[in-house]
Design a protein around this ligand. Structure first.
Ligand SMILES: *Cc1c(COP(=O)(O)O)cnc(C)c1O
Length: 398
């Protein structure tokens, strides 16, 4: 099968030892082997998040992609209290849609996609309304914007609200200081910046907050967060059958990060993002948001107006390169290039060379009349229209 270079924000190209780990021995998840595996993963997750008071936090692992972790938090921590979702993109809206299903008192403070969360508006909303829980996305993957945890965390605390965060696309790449930012629970998944296969997610939370969940109504069986906590606390297992091979792979991916060192890991990813961004600017491309607001895992780029995004992606795919398209209001207008996973510097250069070559081949060229400028990919339809204009009879389809 063809090997693709995944320049996406997940799934990612996994390291060789992660690929090997998935095929380890067959073990039973009700035996000590699995207890030890889960303990090892939990310990490594808390180290990845650089938790200082490690005895005050726990991490539970869920079989299911990032949305499973988000849904487990949203269905387990609200009860009949009021939750406010802050949104400035696709993934903020998803949190709102999940919460609405489980919690009748779900409120939304919506900001434009690609714009920063407005702290003044958040503050005045929290002052005016009784909000018990505030939820937001750290890295809003749809635009590439990194939202500030510290400021919203401080505002939540000042207004007596619990703070929960979707860190699915930032964990493993950005610094997340749960203690400093007053985060009660945060979620992430195995397949983005952590660099393993998709299919596992996790929730890290303060022990005292996990304990409180015991008294709240159960709104989901499979995704009951208290149950995950209770199982790991009492028997170091998961409530239901876990995808064991994925746990082996996740453990290896975490070993890889910790071996390199968390802060080296952050700078490695940032360095790759910077290389890509410099190359893109050289090709004359323009970014959707300012570089200072971007997360280090991906870049969102305006597609030049004479190029069709799908055609552009197709040309890259022919060179074994996979990129993302835009979502929602960005559909057809932007493309996204990730820089996580096992992408070497040679592969980053290969991407930049391929991109430059494709852009050159699609550059606007002048034909027929010197004043009219056509791009290669709408050339044929333009010529057909010209013939149509000049011909009294219908043009046959070609
Ligand atoms: C990818 C992602 C998710 C989860 O999506 P899944 O398809 O369930 O993996 C949630 N939030 C953010 C910000 C994401 O980038």
């Amino acid at each position: 099968m063809k090997k693709y270079l995944l320049f996406t924000p997940g799934p990612v190209n996994v390291a060789k030892n992660v690929r090997m780990a998935i095929g380890k021995e067959d073990i039973c998840h009700r035996e000590t082997d699995f207890d030890c595996l889960l303990e090892s993963i939990e310990n490594k997750l808390l180290r990845l998040f650089e938790i200082r008071n490690i005895a005050d936090y726990r991490a539970v692992v869920i079989t299911g992609s990032g949305t499973a972790a988000n849904e487990s938090i949203l269905s387990s921590v609200v009860g009949d209290k009021n939750i406010l979702i802050l949104s400035n993109g696709e993934f903020g809206e998803r949190l709102y849609n999940i919460s609405k299903i489980h919690n009748k008192n779900t409120f939304l403070l919506k900001f434009d996609w690609g714009k920063s969360l407005n702290l003044k508006k958040i503050e005045s909303y929290l002052k005016k309304h009784k909000i018990d829980i505030v939820a937001m996305v750290h890295h809003e993957t749809s635009s590439g914007m990194l939202n500030s945890l510290e400021k919203v965390g401080a505002l939540s605390k000042a207004n007596g609200a619990m703070f929960i965060v979707d860190c699915v696309s930032s964990a493993g790449a950005e610094i997340i200081d749960m203690e400093k930012c007053h985060i009660a629970f945060c979620s992430s998944s195995s397949s983005k910046a952590i660099g393993s296969y998709s299919g596992l997610s996790f929730v890290i939370g303060a022990k005292k907050e996990f304990e409180k969940l015991k008294f709240l109504p159960v709104k989901s069986t499979y995704l009951n967060l208290y149950k995950f906590y209770h199982f790991i606390k009492t028997i170091s297992q998961t409530p239901n059958t876990p995808a064991v091979p994925l746990f082996f792979a996740l453990e290896q991916a975490l070993i890889n990060i910790l071996k390199r060192g968390v802060s080296n890991r952050h700078s490695d990813i940032k360095h790759k993002a910077n290389l890509l961004r410099q190359g893109m600017l050289k090709s004359g491309l323009k970014f959707l948001i300012a570089q200072k607001d971007m997360c280090s895992v991906l870049t969102t780029i305006h597609i030049p107006s004479h190029i069709d995004v799908d055609f552009f992606r197709h040309k890259l795919r022919e060179k074994s390169i996979i990129i993302y398209e835009g979502k929602g209001p960005y559909k057809g207008k932007v493309f996204q290039v990730g820089n996580i996973g096992e992408l070497s510097f040679a592969e980053i250069n290969y991407f930049l060379d391929s991109q430059a070559e494709i852009l050159r081949s699609l550059a606007p060229i002048e034909i027929i009349k010197p004043k009219l400028v056509y791009s290669a990919n709408n050339l044929i339809s333009n010529i057909k229209n010209k013939i149509k204009d000049a011909c009294p009879v219908p043009v046959p389809n070609v």
